[in-house]
Each structure stands twice: as structure tokens, then as C-alpha cells.
Design a protein around this ligand. Structure first.
Ligand SMILES: C[S@@+](CC[C@H](N)C(=O)[O-])C[C@H]1O[C@@H](n2cnc3c(N)ncnc32)[C@H](O)[C@@H]1O
Length: 191
């Protein structure tokens, strides 16, 4: 049985878990509105490893005209929360999406799978990627071990930046934009 079963979601998304719909409301609002500040009108969103579907639900409620696509590798998540059953290391959609979300997913992939997933994510991101995952440093310094899955791959930020940097510029706060994409002021994003 897949590790991403009913007990997994209860364990990490119950009380004191990773995050909840209220926290995603703050995050999704911020991401949507900073995109507007950059002049983007987000009209399509692709949520990778969507889990309980909190991002998808936020968009459905607050921006019902936005085209939404959500995938997950877990049969349980797909059946319960209505996603397409896909593995981002092995599959990419045909088109591009204005905003791509990959929230707390890549730490579950082996190095090789993660490299393939980053290539697939890059191929499908038109304007903005929101990416969150814990690095080795995070586990040693900031992660709350009681509410976080520790059975994951712990890689360095250098490892991720090297691979992401082939496709993206890091803006900050989890946001990345495709190279040669949005023009930004020099101090608005990292190098
Ligand atoms: C920690 S949960 C995050 C769920 C959701 N993104 C959130 O932040 O609320 C990790 C999710 O990634 C999914 N996942 C793991 N590996 C995946 C893969 N290779 N392709 C797609 N989804 C994957 C799992 O099934 C699980 O639902």
C-alpha cells in the first residue's frame, strides 16, 4: 500500500500538522496578488502533488474563472479529493500553466526522480512557480519534527538551486520565474 494513504493525511494534516486551509488562504492570496503586482492575470493553475487540494479549493472558491488542474501520485488522494493520478517524475502536461504549485512534494523523490520532476515542472511553468520543500539545513534548524514527515530525502539548498537555476530565477518567498521571463528590478529577485 502506498505511504500516502488515509493515515498519512490524518497524521500530517490533522491538528498541529503541516498547514491547513486557513494558512493556505494567506499564502495563495499573497501569491495571486503579487502576480497581479507583476502585471500577471493568472488564468490557469497547475497543482502538483495536490494532496487534500487546498490550493485548488482556494482558487475554485475565490477565482472560479481560473482553469485548474491538480495531480497526485496517491490513489487515495486522487479518489478522495478529485485529482488526476500522475507521477510528476514521469509525466508532464502538454500545455503551460500561468501558475504552477509544487508544495511540499519534491522531498519525497529520489535524486533522479527529482531532476526529472524539475524538468517537467519547468516545461509547464509559463510565469510563476510556487515551490516549497524542506532542505537538510531546514531539518537541522527550523523544522518542527512533531508535525513534519521525517522519512524524506534531505538534500541541500545548493543541490536544489543548481538544478532549478537551469530553468528558473529565484524571486524569494518560494516564488520562481522562468529564465528570460518576467522582467524584474535588480533588487526584487535574487541573481
Ligand atoms: C506533504 S503532501 C503535500 C500536499 C499538498 N501539496 C499540500 O501542501 O497541502 C505530499 C503530496 O505529494 C504527493 N506526491 C509525492 N510524490 C509525488 C509524485 N512523484 N508525483 C505527484 N505527487 C506526488 C503525495 O501523494 C502527497 O499528496
Amino acid at each position: 500500500m502506498s505511504r500516502f494513504n488515509s493515515s498519512y493525511y490524518q497524521r500530517f494534516y490533522g491538528k498541529d500538522g503541516a498547514h491547513d486551509a486557513e494558512r493556505i488562504h494567506h499564502l495563495a492570496t499573497a501569491v495571486h496578488h503579487i502576480s497581479a503586482w507583476w502585471g500577471l492575470s493568472i488564468s490557469s493553475v497547475f497543482d502538483i502533488g495536490a494532496g487534500m487540494g487546498m490550493w485548488r479549493d482556494w482558487y475554485r472558491t475565490n477565482h472560479p474563472d481560473v482553469a485548474l488542474r491538480s495531480i497526485d501520485v496517491s490513489e487515495h488522494a486522487c479518489e478522495t479529493w478529485g485529482h488526476e493520478c500522475r507521477n510528476i517524475a514521469e509525466w508532464r502536461p502538454r500545455g503551460k500553466y500561468d501558475l504552477v504549485i509544487c508544495h511540499s512534494v519534491l522531498q519525497y523523490l529520489t535524486n533522479e526522480e527529482c531532476e526529472d520532476a524539475i524538468a517537467n515542472i519547468a516545461a509547464t511553468t509559463r510565469y510563476v512557480l510556487y515551490l516549497e520543500l524542506p532542505t537538510k539545513w531546514d531539518f537541522e534548524n527550523v523544522v518542527d519534527e512533531t508535525g513534519t514527515d521525517l522519512q524524506v530525502y534531505q538534500r541541500s539548498a545548493v543541490w536544489y538551486r543548481k538544478r532549478l537555476g537551469e530553468h528558473f530565477r529565484q524571486v524569494g518567498a518560494g516564488l520562481w520565474t522562468p529564465l528570460n521571463g518576467l522582467p524584474m528590478f535588480e533588487l526584487e529577485a535574487g541573481r
